[in-house]
Design a binder for this molecule. Structure first.
Ligand code: NAP
Length: 303
């Protein structure tokens, strides 16, 4: 935790008040940072104002009022829009300003945004996160950071208000590349869990007992322990939406394609998530991957 004097010295701006952004703002306020927010639509703004944040009229105005401006929006074009577009952060870029992008986006787009900000004297860090909405609420996110080491050190108190494991990965784009490593493991693990669930169903196993046994051994994983029971209960409410997982797998496949690197497991899982999307499940949680395998196996997993 930063001490209150350090916190008061850094004025933080926050753009993108969705599932992740809102609790991250609350944790910054709890750590005594003055926070100025902007969001495209009203509901996120109202919640943050009632928690003690101030409001600005555009991303540019947020940057004018801040030393560090954080973005937590959806995809690469959205970061380009709020950072480089009309009324964006770049219009207020100056020496001393740091833009920290915590969205999951393309490493290449990150490097381009960093170059444009640097041309006006401002610094950038890419700092995507893992840990889901639970990690955002509890302030326990894993934060993977790319950019210059001295800028990372300066921003550390801000990261410590939102996360627990904070790692400097290397130059611009390496935080995003690390996050895509994370997403490859998460997605392929979820495919393994989904196959395990349809196989267990076909074998007539008690799914709860199977999950208890497998979750206590070498095959245990976050996906098995947290999402296996939800598959068994047919609870497909989103923690992390299928459409966002698809964005991340697309980013990983695009980055790999630039270096002619085959990622066969990632490509397969991307296609199976597409089956879920074709079935109308893009807004469901990623545990809905099991429904694609149910279609192929002509059965339904039931706890
Ligand atoms: P979300 O709830 O959909 O929120 C997205 C936010 O970005 C909203 O405030 C939205 O504004 C804003 N936004 C999107 N496009 C914009 C644009 N072009 N201009 C201005 N504002 C724009 O998403 P989230 O779950 O918070 O995820 C945010 C980022 O974190 C994504 O990159 C995601 O991959 C990553 N992430 C999410 C999780 C998770 O568990 N949810 C975990 C790790 C990482 P409106 O409110 O007006 O729509």
């Amino acid at each position: 935790m930063p001490n209150p004097i350090e916190a008061a010295e850094l004025r933080v701006g926050f753009i993108g008040l969705g599932i992740m952004g809102r609790p991250m703002v609350r944790n910054l306020l709890k750590a005594d940072f003055p926070v100025t927010v902007w969001n495209r639509s009203r509901p996120g703004i109202e919640e943050c104002l009632s928690a003690g944040a101030s409001e600005a009229g555009s991303p540019r105005e947020v940057a004018e009022a801040s030393d560090i401006v954080i973005t937590m929006v959806t995809d690469s074009p959205d970061v380009e829009q709020v950072a480089l577009g009309p009324g964006g952060i770049l219009e207020a870029a100056r020496t001393g300003l740091v833009h920290i992008d915590m969205s999951t986006i393309s490493p290449e787009v990150t490097r381009e945004v960093a170059r444009k900000l640097a041309s006006k004297g401002a610094a950038m860090l890419d700092a995507p996160v893992s840990g889901g909405d639970k990690g955002a609420i509890e302030g326990t996110l894993s934060i993977m950071v790319g950019g210059e080491a001295d800028v990372f050190q300066r921003c550390l108190p801000v990261f410590q208000a939102m996360g627990k494991r904070i790692t400097h990965q290397g130059p611009h784009g390496s935080g995003q590349a690390c996050k895509l490593c994370n997403q490859i493991v998460v997605a392929l693990n979820l495919l393994a869990v989904s196959e395990c669930m349809v196989f267990a169903q076909k074998q007539g196993l008690n799914l709860g007992k199977m999950l208890e046994a497998v979750g206590g051994g070498a095959a245990s994983s976050w996906g098995l322990v947290n999402l296996g029971p939800r598959m068994a209960q047919r609870d497909f409410a989103p923690g992390f939406m299928v459409k966002l997982q698809q964005k991340d797998l697309r980013l990983a496949l695009e980055a790999a394609a630039q270096g002619t690197l085959p990622l066969p497991g990632t490509a397969l899982t991307h296609q199976l998530f597409r089956v879920v999307e074709a079935l109308g499940g893009g807004d469901l949680g990623t545990q809905a991957l099991v429904t694609a395998l149910e279609q192929m196996g002509q059965l339904e997993v039931k706890g």
